[in-house]
Ligand binder design. Structure first.
Ligand SMILES: C[S@@+](CC[C@H](N)C(=O)[O-])C[C@H]1O[C@@H](n2cnc3c(N)ncnc32)[C@H](O)[C@@H]1O
Ligand code: SF4
Ligand code: SF4
Length: 343
């Protein structure tokens, strides 16, 4: 069985929110939204398939924006996926979903639909826009009823960290199929996310206990421990153990950057990671992804360069979040600002 390769494809910047933390609009709130033409989308798709053929991978697409559904050729793109039997997930907004739209998404092969929840009502609506919180929760059911897995993602910063436990209770109450959180990556002048390493450890501890309680009760929500610092937490708690047969120099987990993931922007620019500003490695409309992968992505898998992680026994499984590290001082290989481990 071939391994999947994930393309996070931002087909448009068009969006009916202007979230305070968004990497698309952080430098310029009035930025003219970019979008791919249909011709460019076809070229991009072919380039991705060529890459997968070359490296023996199976393509998986995370289609996003902005709100991808606002792209005029959104449904045409989905029919291309259906024609090629390629699975995909949508990361989008709740506003244009209804029963009919969700059923149509399911028809074209949508496996998961991810929505954001960045706080309880007041905080979420402050980040996003009034009414966004209620609309998001309301659409969980609509997604599920169509047979698509509903995913809720929270972007955590000092502004909402205290609300995460209530967010978890809320997503469980509304029956979300998957819940995860990731940390805010500073993308403008602001360089701090406002969370100390020990505060972050406390959050993981609190969430771990909450997740376990729900899991023991048979709760149907899957809690995706997405942040790689979960590995550090679980290692300290004796839940994760370094396998005895682990081989020196091998990479077993942690950040997928340079390994099985890349991002494509509406301009065609290829980024090693969307959350790492200035991580452009090529352009899908001009370059063959296969060449970019070999020549330009190499600089994102030089594991010995990690300033702190290269001295840590968890290097092969963790490496924290290089995007958060890069957001602080531009250094992809810098110290993860929330890693509490003394190395
Ligand atoms: C760009 S949005 C596109 C999908 C949809 N519009 C949404 O907001 O969920 C995808 C995810 O990126 C997150 N995001 C945006 N800016 C971010 C940043 N600076 N750091 C970390 N995550 C960010 C959003 O919160 C959202 O969960
Ligand atoms: S809804 Fe998503 S794409 Fe739009 S501004 Fe907010 S985070 Fe950015
Ligand atoms: S030093 Fe790096 S690999 Fe080790 S726990 Fe911290 S972030 Fe993870």
């Amino acid at each position: 069985m071939k391994e999947y390769f994930a393309f996070q494809w931002h087909i448009t910047d068009e969006c009916d929110q202007r979230c305070k933390h968004c990497y698309i609009f952080s430098e310029d709130n009035c930025k003219k939204p970019e979008a791919m033409t249909w011709n460019q989308m076809q070229k991009t798709f072919e380039n991705c398939l060529d890459f997968c053929r070359t490296f023996g991978r199976l393509p998986y697409f995370y289609i996003t924006g902005g709100d991808p559904i606002l792209h005029p050729d959104f449904w045409k793109l989905l029919s291309l996926f259906k024609e090629h039997e390629i699975p995909f997930t949508i990361l989008g907004n709740p506003f244009h979903l209804n029963t009919q739209v969700c059923q149509k998404l399911k028809f074209y092969g949508c496996q998961k639909y991810q929505l954001s929840l960045d706080g309880m009502r007041k905080t979420h609506d402050w980040f996003r826009k009034p009414g966004s919180f209620d609309c998001t929760l309301e659409k969980i059911q609509c997604i599920k009823e169509a047979g698509i897995r509903s995913v809720i993602m929270t972007t955590v910063s000092g502004k909402n960290i205290r609300e995460v436990p209530d967010i978890i209770d809320t997503v469980v109450k509304y029956g979300a199929d998957v819940f995860a959180f990731a940390r805010y990556c500073p993308t403008s002048e602001e360089k701090e996310i406002g969370i100390t390493p020990l505060e972050y450890r406390e959050l993981l501890d609190l969430c771990y206990k909450k997740f376990r309680k729900y899991e023991d009760e048979g709760c149907s929500t899957y809690f995706n421990r997405k942040d790689h610092l979960w590995t550090l937490y679980e290692y300290e708690e004796g839940i994760f153990k370094i396998p005895e047969d682990a081989q020196e120099g091998m990479i077993y987990g942690g950040c997928n950057c340079g390994n099985c993931h890349m991002t494509i922007l509406p301009t065609g620019d290829i980024y090693a990671c969307r959350r790492v500003q200035n991580s452009k490695v090529g352009n899908v409309l001009k370059d063959r992804i296969s060449d970019v992968w070999v020549c330009r992505m190499e600089e994102y898998r030089d594991y010995g360069k990690f300033e702190k992680c290269s001295r840590c026994e968890l290097l092969a499984w963790c490496r924290g979040c290089p995007a958060v590290a890069a957001g602080k001082d531009g250094n992809f290989y810098g110290v993860d600002p929330q890693c509490w481990k003394e190395v």
